[in-house]
Design a protein around this ligand. Structure first.
Ligand code: IMP
Length: 451
């Protein structure tokens, strides 16, 4: 069977930990979209692994697959593999031959476009990893795929077609001087070497077929989403989104497994007990603000909302894994979660970071929105409409910190924390599979196992 892990908010919900936890029951862990814009932290017995591309399941000795829906920067891929090896692991990573390749000019263009957009406050605050430009080339049928790296003639032909276009875009449209990131011979040499290493290590696969065979043999497959539903290119807060589909549909198109196969398995939505966000655009339940990201926010007024934001940011370590940027924080947004539950078809949820909220007198959630004089319970379709929404907050009594490592069953959780979790699970009509109470794998209350 398959178990799909999907971020239900804006990314950074703690998916890595849940993948790691339930990954024990999986034979293969597959990423189906995104690239090295993700930041997955896995803590095992005090050792921390930060991965941005390699599926986090490899830390546990599982086969890790990068599906065709991913965009792969081979330099990052091999750096991460080499680092895991240096730390004594033996990662088994396979890459779909249909996955698209991030080239150095994609990163340069990502930066240029963000700078241009910033002039009109339109930047998406991307991770700068070239994700958007690579997906653009995929859709524009001018991309380079992993399979092309294995075939020198094809690789050269692809580069000869596309690189002059990219150079002209950078130089003639944006007026930027270009360097070796736009040099066909340099790129050919570098990417051919990556292709050779992929081939020597027998790392490339026909992803859908590879996974279907494993499933037919009775193996368990975990599909690991990156980012989150509200930054999905179709279902998120466009244009402040990533360029792929983190939602469950992406698990089908991004692997080659049929919707009937994925739909037959479990789909677990990962929920952070509050909200955090890297990037610009509206955020109705935001507390405080982050300069340059929160629209109209120009820095500290010392309000209670700001103090709460600082408290949550520090307690939760809310700084980007990839970029180190401070994240915007806010109360849990239930309309956002209802939207995610519907778009993804959650069969269960995991709620993380309840320990971060411990110690607050009151914990609030945005239960619904006021939108143009009406109460609404899910997200409107445009980001501009979302920006008009005012959250109707519901207040819960807070809970004190406890010895989280001693929490072994549901009743060990503080009563007010249980009330909060029951509310979320009931509103989403999804069972609670586990509760995250700290960064370590052992700080998880496991209520159910999807496999
Ligand atoms: P990109 O994916 O680098 O193109 O960035 C587009 C938007 O998605 C930006 O707002 C990023 O901050 C956001 N984003 C990308 N990856 C992640 C992630 O793993 N967690 C949270 N936000 C992300």
């Amino acid at each position: 069977m398959t178990v799909t892990i999907v971020g239900s908010q804006l990314g950074d919900e703690g998916k890595g930990r849940v993948v790691d936890l339930y990954g024990d029951g999986a034979d293969v862990v597959v990423r189906y979209q995104g690239g090295d814009n993700a930041g997955h932290t896995v803590v095992d017995g005090g050792t921390e692994y930060k991965l941005s591309l390699v599926p986090s399941g490899v830390v546990r000795g599982k086969i890790g697959v990068l599906g065709n829906g991913c965009v792969v920067n081979p330099a990052t891929l091999f750096d991460e593999i080499d680092e895991l090896k240096e730390r004594g692991l033996d990662p088994d990573v396979r890459v779909s031959e249909r996955a698209h390749v991030i080239l150095p000019y994609h990163r340069v263009l990502d930066g240029i476009e963000e700078d241009v957009k910033a002039e009109g406050d339109l930047e998406a605050a991307t991770t700068g990893r070239g994700i958007g430009p690579t997906y653009e080339d995929k859709a524009g049928r001018r991309g380079v795929r992993v399979g092309d790296l294995l075939d020198p003639e094809m690789l050269r032909a692809r580069l000869e077609y596309v690189v002059p276009q990219k150079r002209a875009l950078a130089e003639d449209v944006y007026g930027v001087e270009t360097g070796e990131e736009f040099d066909i011979d340099v790129l050919f040499g570098q990417y051919r070497a990556f292709g050779e290493r992929l081939a020597e290590n027998d790392m490339t696969v026909n992803c859908g077929e590879f996974l279907a065979e494993r499933l037919a043999d009775g193996e368990e497959v975990m599909l690991e989403g990156a980012q989150g539903t509200s930054i999905d290119i179709d279902h998120g807060i466009y244009p402040y989104v990533t360029s792929s589909n983190p939602t469950t549909g992406g698990a089908c198109t991004g692997t080659g497994l049929a919707p009937t196969v994925v739909g037959d398995g479990e789909v677990i939505g990962i929920v952070k007990g509050y909200l955090s966000r890297v990037g610009t655009g509206p955020l109705p339940t935001e507390l405080g603000g982050v300069e340059g990201h929160t629209p109209g926010y120009e820095g500290g007024d010392g309000s209670e909302s700001e103090e709460l934001a600082t408290y949550i940011r520090e307690e939760g370590g809310e700084y980007g894994t990839v970029t180190g940027r401070p994240r915007r924080v806010g109360w849990l947004d239930m309309p956002m979660l209802r939207h995610a539950a519907r778009a993804n078809g959650f069969t269960g949820i995991a709620v993380n970071h309840v320990d971060v909220l411990a110690g607050l007198d009151e914990v609030k959630v945005g239960h619904s929105y006021d939108f143009r004089g009406e109460e609404i319970f899910t997200m409107p379709s445009t980001t501009e409409q979302w920006g008009e929404c005012e959250a109707n907050l519901r207040t819960f009594d807070g809970w004190d910190p406890v010895d989280w490592s001693a929490v072994e069953e549901w009743d060990d959780l503080p009563e007010n924390c249980r009330t909060y979790l029951d509310y979320v699970s009931a509103e989403l009509d999804a069972d609670l599979f586990c509760v995250g109470m700290g960064p370590d794998r052992d700080d998880t209350l496991v209520l159910d196992d999807p496999f």
